[in-house]
Structure formats: C-alpha cells, structure tokens
Ligand binder design. Structure first.
Ligand SMILES: [Fe+2]
Ligand SMILES: [Fe+2]
Length: 185
C-alpha cells in the first residue's frame, strides 16, 4: 500500500483502495479468491501515472506497442503494469498479473478474477458517470451482466470520443454475451 501511495496521486490512490475493496466484495459474492481480487485491485493502476515518454519506452522494451491499435498510456498502462509488477515488485501470481493486464480492455477468455477487477475499476465508490448506479445494481446479483454493462458504458465512451473500440473489448463482450444467451452486437 505504501508503494502505491508513493506512485499515485492522492485521488488515484483513493481509486486504487476503492477498486481493491470493491473487487474483494465482488469476489466474496461470486465465489472468487478474495485475497487475489484485493491485491489485483490495489495494484491495477501501478503504471497509470508514468509520463507518456516513460510509458512508451517501457512498453517498447516489453514488446507491448504492437499489441494495441494506438499506443497511449490509457491502453498501455494495464499490460505494462503487469510486467512492472512482476519485474519491479516480484508479483509472481499469474492470475493477479493477468487481471491487471486486462483491466482496461478485457479480453477473450476472462476468468472470474479478471471480471471482478474489470468491474470493480468501473464501479468503485469514487466513479460517477451516467449509468454507473445501474451497473452497481446488476453487480449485486449477476457478474456477467454487470461486466457486459460496464463494457457497454466503456464502448459508448470510446465511440463518443471518436475512437475505435479495442478489438479485445469487442471479443470479450461477444463471448460473455454468448455465455449468458444475450445477443452480441
Ligand atoms: Fe487503469
Ligand atoms: Fe483504475
């Protein structure tokens, strides 16, 4: 926690604690490992406040630049955070690292842990955007439907900014929707 406090602004540190607590609560509710959820939630934005130059340099070193449509801190901080947590902090749990790496876009084959961290990032108590309360309500009873709703909110935001949705989000969304028998877009 001290390490995260040193790396993040006060506001983002509060966000990290909010995501840790929310991820742990979701994990408890849906039968997922609570300690891993708390840890991945706390650490998920480890690389979020690197400046753009450092982020691109480090992402280049880890071969991550080719993995995103447009290299930006927004998209790279999640997979880069996982690499840095492993190499700088010695976090060795692949499940935790994967949840961190996937927290911004999701991906095909999301585990329960990936889902609770993704969802917690979207609905922790500090988040305020249109529709967040509806997602919080869904998150009380249905993990997949809540993740879908959070992905839809993100996709809407991305489109409103005139950007192309990340293909991993579209893949994850289709897969989860198919799993619960909903029509995928
Ligand atoms: Fe993030
Ligand atoms: Fe976050």
């Amino acid at each position: 926690m001290t390490i995260m406090r040193g790396r993040l602004s006060a506001a983002r540190y509060r966000h990290a604690i909010g995501v840790a607590k929310t991820a742990a609560a979701l994990a408890r509710r849906f039968g997922i490992d609570v300690e891993r959820a708390w840890l991945a939630g706390l650490l998920h934005d480890y690389a979020r406040e690197l400046d753009g130059v450092d982020c691109l340099r480090l992402a280049g070193r880890y071969g991550l630049l080719e993995t995103v449509a447009e290299p930006s801190v927004d998209l790279l901080h999640a997979p880069l955070g996982a690499c840095l947590l492993r190499d700088e902090l010695g976090v060795a749990d692949p499940a935790v690292l994967q949840a961190v790496a996937r927290h911004t876009t999701g991906d095909a084959g999301m585990t329960g842990l990936d889902k609770v961290v993704y969802l917690a990032d979207a609905i922790e108590p500090g988040r305020a955007y249109p529709g967040v309360d509806a997602i919080r309500t869904l998150a009380r009873r249905d993990l997949d439907r809540a993740v879908l709703a959070a992905m839809d909110a993100t996709l809407e935001l991305v489109r409103a900014r005139g950007l192309k949705p990340d293909p991993r989000t579209s893949r994850a969304r289709r897969e989860i929707a198919a799993g619960i028998g909903e029509r995928a877009e």
